[in-house]
Design a protein around this ligand. Structure first.
Ligand code: SAH
Length: 366
């Protein structure tokens, strides 16, 4: 379902829900689910260890479960994600996977291995309702929200491939998660928070990752940013700003017609104050659109002396878009202007452009 320019879709179309999976449930509910299936509650701890520690869903391998229990408990591991296509680049250290969900909806995730870390970029919705005109995902509209377990499974499957040594560089672990795949995570708030809890809860309740290694990226849903600050989960907040002035941001990030630049920045500073975490401001540099020095100056003035980091992203090409990345000299001038104001700034080394796996390129087409 494609959208008119500027149109926003907050509520996902009603659709059949994916089957309940162990990863959808907090520990107490896992115990209840196991009892419901006619097994002793402690089996939930065994299942959790198999899933979150050993990364397995194959009950045939769970030798600590009696034969009869295996059959019953396999109901908590319905297959949620079927790989449709895998593309890789950077000698296999960047891999994009296209997944089919139970109802045919398609999503993508990207695994990026660096010398010192492995980052997985995950999707939180099939499609996206936020309609940013420079983003490929935004152009197709919102198909549906993903469930907590569908989000977690992207990570677990990636972690399993790494543990098995399938990614060049030897066996490894996922260290960072960025909610920068398809979708607007804060528009699927409850399921995303559930997923974050599964990621950071200590093993075997969850994957035991550091909350500091988890980044939630948003177009700026102000009330949800406030709620996130109160979760007691010190995840990194990334705000997709892309313009410091309302006039331009209204067109680049249509949610700005609801919550203006000043409001969303206030929400970001409140988030930083509460969590003590540096907020990341994302800014895609688009040639002759938002890359003027005066805009860098305005941005610098707005964010100076805050707990902030500006991440500039050279625009990645998307189908049908007339926009391209800024000229190198304009990019350099933009960086210098921000530095002049004492603002920490980096230019993102975007990976995966060759496989349409970079920021804003996820369109999930077969
Ligand atoms: N909806 C959330 C999560 C997606 S994150 C959000 O917008 O923050 C994807 C990031 O890549 C966002 O910062 C987005 O604005 C940026 N992006 C989108 N299209 C892009 C493109 N063509 N080139 C570079 N960055 C892009």
């Amino acid at each position: 379902m494609s959208q008119q320019p500027g149109q926003l879709t907050f509520v996902a179309p009603r659709r059949a829900k994916p089957a309940r999976h162990l990863a959808d449930l907090p520990m107490a509910e896992r115990r209840a689910a196991v009892v419901e299936l006619g097994e002793k509650a402690f089996r939930a701890d065994q299942l959790s260890r198999h899933y979150f520690t050993h990364l397995t869903t194959d009950v045939a391998q769970m030798s600590d479960l009696p034969e009869a229990a295996r059959e019953k408990l396999s109901a908590l591991f319905p297959p949620l994600l079927t790989p449709v296509k895998e593309l890789s680049t950077d000698e296999g250290t960047t891999r994009k996977t296209l997944w089919r969900l139970f109802d045919g909806a398609l999503v993508e995730s990207v695994l990026m291995r660096y010398p010192d870390r492995v980052t997985m970029c995950v999707s939180s919705q099939a499609g996206c309702g936020m309609n940013c005109p420079f983003c490929a995902t935004g152009q197709a509209g919102l198909t549906r929200n993903m469930s907590t377990a569908e989000i977690v499974e992207q990570v677990v499957i990636g972690a399993r491939a790494l543990a098995a040594g399938e990614v060049p560089g030897g066996p490894g672990r996922v260290s960072n998660i960025v909610f920068m795949g398809m979708g607007e995570p804060l528009a699927n708030y409850k399921q995303v928070i559930g997923a974050v809890r599964r990621l950071v809860d200590p093993a075997p309740e969850g994957l035991g990752m550091s909350a500091r290694g988890v980044t939630v990226s948003t177009v700026g849903l102000v009330p949800a940013i406030g709620k996130l600050a109160d979760e007691g989960l010190p995840v990194t907040l990334a705000l997709s700003l892309h313009a410091p002035d309302d006039e331009l941001r209204d067109t680049l990030v249509p949610i700005n017609t609801r919550w203006k630049v000043a409001e969303v920045l206030d929400a970001a500073w409140a988030y930083a104050a509460k969590t003590k975490r540096r907020v990341s401001i994302e800014y895609a540099l688009i040639k002759d659109i938002n890359d003027q020095e005066w805009r860098a100056d305005l941005l610098g003035k707005m964010v100076k002396n805050k707990l902030v980091h500006v991440n500039l992203i050279p625009l990645n090409p998307t189908p049908g878009s007339k926009w391209t990345a800024s000229r190198p000299e304009d990019e350099r001038a933009f960086v210098r202007r921000l530095q002049f104001h004492g603002v920490p700034v980096t230019v993102r080394d975007t990976r995966g452009r060759e496989i349409d796996g970079a920021c804003g390129q996820l369109a999930a087409t077969e």
